[in-house]
Design a protein around this ligand. Structure first.
Ligand code: SF4
Length: 306
């Protein structure tokens, strides 16, 4: 019989389940706290839950339905995990530590693969497998916390996949992260390639994260060469949506711009980008291109933008 995954439940659903097993409501509170606040790795960790009920939980339930398959630790402390989900598919998630800050940021994946096909991205090359469920998105954070015994403070939806192409699960994940992991919405950032109708919808959500836009070009012609989404939602439509997001949220948007040598890194491109963004409240994040070995012909930026 398949075990019941307790991290899938909202607090109310967990309470209903525990009570249906003949236990009191406070027991559900204890278990909820162990899963979400105290990094319990197994039911044996839940020392204030009576032994017989822990035994019942071990036999019939599991805390998470995915696991860490591999971990790579870099010299700056960043940890890259490969997470294996219940169907054997895997996605990466990254825990970023910054020596000079107390923040611990988690970059989570929202899909296995991606449909968007951005030409500079290795994930886009491998096609799309499936959306991750809200629980699978949030579990990436729980697994990293369990693995390190550290408390994640910030979440960025910038891993594999396009978050706004998995919108319902992303909205649920944002709510779970906010309510159960007690991470403020001010500490969440969602990065999109620019699915315009969903940007408008996100601006009306109860919980609105900081928005980051993968722009990577100052005009339609260049963007079309590297991002297929430009054919569906062009850069001018995107600009309107960004202005709307600005006025709905009063927040700055982060503009992500990968510098690809000779394509989008010229002085003319820089001036055009400034003009394009002049009415948008934003920060620009210039990112060196990390060459993908697939013969796309792209190279690192040729010179400094001035
Ligand atoms: S949307 Fe993001 S993950 Fe998907 S192909 Fe583009 S850059 Fe890669």
């Amino acid at each position: 019989m398949e075990k019941i995954t307790l991290s899938k439940f909202s607090k109310e659903e967990l309470c209903d389940y525990i009570v249906s097993q003949g236990e009191k409501k406070f027991r559900a509170e204890q278990i909820h706290s162990w899963i979400w606040a105290k990094n319990a790795k197994s039911f044996d960790d839940m020392t204030d839950v009576k032994k017989e009920f822990r035994q019942f939980l071990s036999e019939n339930c599991q805390i998470l339905d995915c696991k860490i398959k591999t971990r790579q630790i870099s010299c700056d402390g960043t940890i890259k995990y490969l997470i294996e989900f219940k169907d054997g598919l895997c996605a990466e998630t990254v825990l970023m530590r910054f020596d000079n800050r107390s923040n611990l940021s988690m970059c989570v994946s929202c899909q296995v693969g991606c449909k968007m096909g951005c030409k500079f991205c290795a994930t886009g090359k491998n096609g799309f497998k499936r959306n991750l469920e809200a629980n699978e998105i949030v579990s990436q954070i729980l697994l990293a916390q369990n693995d390190t015994d550290l408390k994640i403070t910030n979440v960025v939806f910038m891993g594999q996949g396009e978050p706004l192409d998995n919108f319902e699960n992303i909205k649920k994940a944002i709510e779970l992260i906010n309510k159960n992991l007690q991470i403020s919405i001010r500490r969440m950032t969602l990065s999109t390639s620019g699915i315009v109708p969903k940007i408008y919808e996100l601006a009306k959500n109860d919980l609105i994260p900081t928005l980051a836009i993968s722009l990577h070009a100052p005009n339609h012609e260049i963007r079309e060469k590297i991002m297929p989404i430009e054919k569906k939602y062009n850069i001018e439509e995107l600009k309107k949506a960004l202005k709307e997001y600005n006025s709905a949220t009063k927040d700055r948007i982060t503009i992500e711009y990968i510098l690809i040598g000779g394509l989008n890194d010229t002085k003319e491109c820089a001036l055009e980008l400034i003009e394009f963004l002049k009415d948008i409240k934003c920060n620009i994040n210039l990112i060196p291109y990390n060459p993908v070995d697939d013969g796309n012909g792209f190279k690192n930026q040729s010179k400094k933008i001035c």
